[in-house]
Design a protein. Structure first.
Length: 340
């Protein structure tokens, strides 16, 4: 079969590899229907990499597929059923797993990063990593279950309400997902930062009330001109730059700051006393709420299809990656088994 192999720093190669086979009774083989390019895929291909990816693995962790083969102990699923895939495989024995914190498993495997993933015609996954989905929902949307699950889990930690004033840093694929979920939750005061005219328009199209082009405007000025106070909730969906120090000047007392974007090379300098004196909650988010995401996907108003900009066959995956890297694409979907 064809697959995109992470060869090492900066190198992703599409080539022929053996099709996966059942080796354990809980194994499931799926025909990959669609896979989405994530920002972390871009970070992993950077030099130096912003995230570690294991050389030799099949890339891609946001994917869905149709079951074509199952191990003898797999129950509750059927051949021909489309499923969503949770790529983080918990070890089940570490402190985190045994203390109800499995999303932070210190010995986890991860499809598409540490083990073979979904940029391939077929993928082998474990029974415990797949979820039933409404079969009427298109693969375009089901492939986005993983990033949606991350967003839903993150927002569950900070509980946005319709009366909150919210600042969202970032209008990439994850940022736009945040916009759609926040709007579904009823948030009506939302300022989003973006870089460049295309990203600004995408954020507006997704429902942002105000969009700040950081190449032309200052966020603090826009907040001061349009809101009576600061923000009750600030979300960092970027993970680098001067965001955290800047957020200190924009957050209301007892406000919440959610750190979601991840770049292990990033560093920030903050004043701890500010967080104490203003009782600011600083929350990191890494988990995934798949049941919540799958329920939200049933909502026709969610609109994750609004920002799909590229639909490509596997052979053209580099075109999509380059477009994302150069801010010329938003959500890029790869179809390993179809010509697009």
């Amino acid at each position: 079969m064809k697959a995109a192999i992470f060869e090492g720093p900066g190198t992703l190669t599409v080539k022929e590899v053996p099709k996966p086979v059942i080796t354990k009774p809980e194994d499931v083989i799926i025909r990959v229907d669609a896979a989405s390019v994530c920002g972390s895929d871009i970070h992993g291909l950077a030099i130096p990499p912003g995230q570690y990816m294991k050389p030799g693995i099949i890339y891609g962790h946001e994917f869905c597929g149709t079951i074509v083969e199952m191990g003898e102990e797999v129950e509750g699923f059927r051949i021909g059923e489309r499923v969503a895939v949770n790529p983080r495989v918990r070890c089940g024995t570490c402190y985190e797993c045994t203390h109800n914190r499995g999303d932070l498993c210190s010995n986890s495997d991860h499809y598409g990063q540490l083990a073979d993933g979904g940029f391939a015609e077929f993928a082998k996954v474990s029974r415990g990593q797949i979820y039933h989905v409404d079969q009427t929902i298109s693969p375009d949307l089901v492939a986005q279950t993983e990033p949606l699950a991350c967003v839903v889990s993150a927002l569950g930690k900070v509980h946005p309400s319709p009366v909150d004033y919210v600042i969202l840093y970032g209008a990439g694929p994850i940022g736009l997902t945040f916009i759609r979920v926040l709007k579904t939750f009823g948030v009506t005061n939302l300022i989003v930062t973006a870089k460049g005219a295309e990203r600004v328009q995408e954020a507006r199209d997704c429902g942002a009330d105000l969009v700040v082009d950081v190449e032309k405007e200052t966020l603090a000025d826009v907040v001061k001109e349009n809101w009576p106070f600061g923000a009750d909730l600030i979300i960092d969906a970027v993970g680098r730059g001067n965001i955290l120090p800047e957020a200190q000047g924009l957050i209301n007392p007892q406000g919440r700051i959610l750190l979601f974007g991840l770049d292990n090379n990033a560093r920030s300098e903050i004043a701890p006393g500010f967080f104490v004196m203003n009782e600011i909650s600083l929350v990191g988010a890494l988990g995934k709420d798949f049941p919540g995401a799958l329920e939200l996907l049933k909502n026709p108003d969610l609109g994750l299809d609004r920002f799909i900009t590229h639909r490509l066959p596997l052979e053209r995956i580099h075109e999509g990656i380059d477009a994302m890297r150069n801010k010329k694409a938003c959500r890029v979907l790869i179809y390993p088994n179809e010509e697009r």
